[in-house]
Design a protein around this ligand. Structure first.
Ligand code: 3PG
Ligand code: MG
Length: 399
């Protein structure tokens, strides 16, 4: 793949695909790693005196100009993060607007486009749509590994019209994830949490082949508990996937991969009503309560498994970690990995926005060889599906 080390970009008009789909609560960005990781790219491009246009999606506005999903609020944040006086903003993508902005910018200046998903052509992967944008640029750089699993116009489209480069962050993501996968040290442990089994079915089946042991936590564990005929009270569950959960268990048996499900859970009346929190054995969850974190005995079980592993892959928090005290297990496990990974020479990889947030909340970053800021793209890469965005970079023949 062409990249900033083997392709000269100086005084060029650059279309830079980034992933500014950052988590925001009450207008505050709760996790900034997607901004952190592109700083280096911006710096190189600025030093080489390019005009830089950032293109990104934000949320899922489904082709509508919905101000709730505007990227405008990010300009001042990016000015601060990139340490620049001004980040321009452009809410139109027609030639006239782009050229006018371009002409008013100095080399080294940065402009942010409005959310590209305001146009339905983006998700429809409309070739003419991206061609019109590309006309105004010399080079396309994809530094959004975390969005490269999407077959969308601003990810795969430019490869037909411009020289396309892999950005430093995209290269770093691939290098680190691949180097973890290729180690194949044993025994290997996968810790998989999050709320939905539906988004992780393929991953689970794939991990069964690759791992010696899989811990299943988060709300997705409820579907397994339900399938095994436990009364899970008011807990979040995907009942229609009970059969899939059972086939995951059967497949793991056939493949000699041990699955660890919660043996106890921390319950409350609801996520916001924490007046009545108790730890219950999974057989004894009261009908009026819901499981919101794995319980104390399960945490011990997971720690025990960690100490016996040489490789640990973690995706998905083990409980509803955004709501204290249901962050307890994720914090304890983060800290336990931090304490033991280097000492016991355990290779560790974490991925997914929430997982990274939980690890940062625990200040346990140093326990991990690498933390990917990709969610869905991370899972699909682990599933061995490759990535449309990366394929487009590889196939790009324009110099
Ligand atoms: C993500 O947050 O995983 C990426 O930005 C992709 O977003 P999407 O799942 O809405 O396509
Ligand atoms: Mg997502």
């Amino acid at each position: 793949m062409k990249n900033l080390d083997n392709y000269n970009v100086e005084r060029k008009k650059i279309l830079l695909r980034v992933d500014l789909n950052v988590p925001v609560v009450d207008k505050i960005i709760t996790e900034k790693s997607r901004i952190e990781t592109i700083k280096k790219t911006i710096k190189i491009l600025q030093q080489q005196k390019n005009k830089i246009f950032l293109i990104s999606h934000f949320g899922r506005p489904k082709g509508n100009q919905n101000k709730k999903y505007s990227l405008k609020f990010l300009c001042s944040i990016l000015e601060f993060e990139f340490q620049v006086a001004k980040v321009e903003f452009l809410d139109n993508i027609d030639d006239f607007s782009i050229q006018k902005k371009m002409n008013n910018m100095q080399y080294g200046d940065i402009c942010l486009f409005e959310n590209i998903r305001f146009y339905h052509e983006e998700e429809n992967n409309d070739s003419n749509f991206i061609k019109e944008i590309c006309k105004n640029f010399d080079v396309f750089i994809n530094d959004a590994f975390s969005a490269s699993h999407r077959n969308h116009a601003s990810i795969v489209g430019p490869s037909k019209f411009l020289p396309c480069l892999a950005g430093p962050n995209l290269i770093e993501e691939i290098k680190n994830i691949d180097s973890f996968i290729n180690q194949s040290k044993k025994p290997s442990l996968a810790i998989i949490g999050g709320s939905k089994i539906s988004t992780k079915i393929k991953l689970l089946f794939n991990l069964i082949k690759l791992s010696d042991k899989i811990v299943i936590g988060g709300a997705m564990a409820n579907t397994f508990l339900f399938a095994l005929k436990n009364n899970i009270g008011q807990s979040l569950v995907e009942k229609d996937l009970a059969q899939v959960a059972l086939s995951v268990l059967q497949k793991s048996k056939d493949s000699n991969c041990e699955i660890i499900l919660p043996i106890d859970v921390m319950c409350a009346n609801s996520i916001r009503d924490i007046t009545n929190i108790s730890n219950y054995d999974v057989n004894l969850i009261p009908s009026s309560m819901m499981a919101l974190d794995v319980g104390m005995e399960t945490i011990k079980l997971i720690k025990h498994s960690i100490l016996r592993s040489k490789m640990i892959l973690w995706n998905g928090p083990l409980g509803a970690f955004e709501y204290s005290p249901f962050d307890e297990s994720s914090i304890q496990i983060s800290n336990f990995i931090k304490k033991n990974a280097k000492k016991l020479n355990i290779s560790t990889l974490a991925g997914g926005g929430d997982t990274v947030s939980a690890i940062k909340l625990s200040k346990a970053e140093e326990g991990f060889d690498y933390m990917s800021n990709a969610g869905g793209a991370f899972l699909e890469w682990l599933e061995g599906k490759g990535s449309p965005g990366v394929n487009a970079l590889k196939e790009n023949k324009i110099n």
